[in-house]
Design a protein around this ligand. Structure first.
Ligand code: THU
Length: 145
């Protein structure tokens, strides 16, 4: 699967799922809900929400929560991610989430990133958001040395 293979229906499903998940974010401190949805190699769409904690730094973002669920189910390639932050249209994944998403990017394709804007959305790629990323291939290169 490549970015160009992702259909408009899949994009809409990703955005709808991210918006739906955002309604279940646990955000008693920031009141800033985030829902995320990721498209994996078998075509499933898996959602996540931000989950805050009374010990503030233990908060997990919506994007990482979706990745944790997907990886726990055995998925290892993420073709697309949608992010919905209803209070701030076109919110992008934080730096930590970009790095965690990078771990599961396709080897020969871009990872599509959809940023919810309510009625519409913006499209970018993980490579655009995290250029020159450090990832699993760097460790593989080191093993070869
Ligand atoms: N947050 C996310 O879930 N994803 C992002 O990409 C940005 C920030 C969450 C963390 C925290 O619960 C709230 O948004 C405010 O920072």
């Amino acid at each position: 699967m490549e970015m160009t293979d992702i259909t408009i229906e899949q994009k809409r499903t990703l955005l709808d799922t991210a918006r739906d998940f955002a309604t279940r974010a646990y955000v008693p401190y920031s009141h800033f809900p985030v829902g995320a949805a990721i498209l994996v190699e078998d075509g499933s769409v898996i959602g996540g929400v931000n989950i805050e904690n009374a010990s503030y730094p233990l908060t997990i973002c919506g994007e990482r929560s979706a990745v944790v669920t997907a990886a726990s189910r055995g998925h290892r390639t993420i073709f697309a991610v949608a992010v919905s932050a209803p209070k701030a249209p076109a919110t992008t994944p934080c730096g930590a989430c970009r790095q965690v998403l990078n771990e599961f990017k396709p080897t020969d394709a871009e990872m599509l990133v959809l940023l919810d804007e309510g009625d519409t959305w913006q499209e970018t790629t993980l490579s655009a958001l995290l250029p020159a990323a450090f990832g699993p291939r760097d460790l593989e290169r080191a093993d070869d040395a």
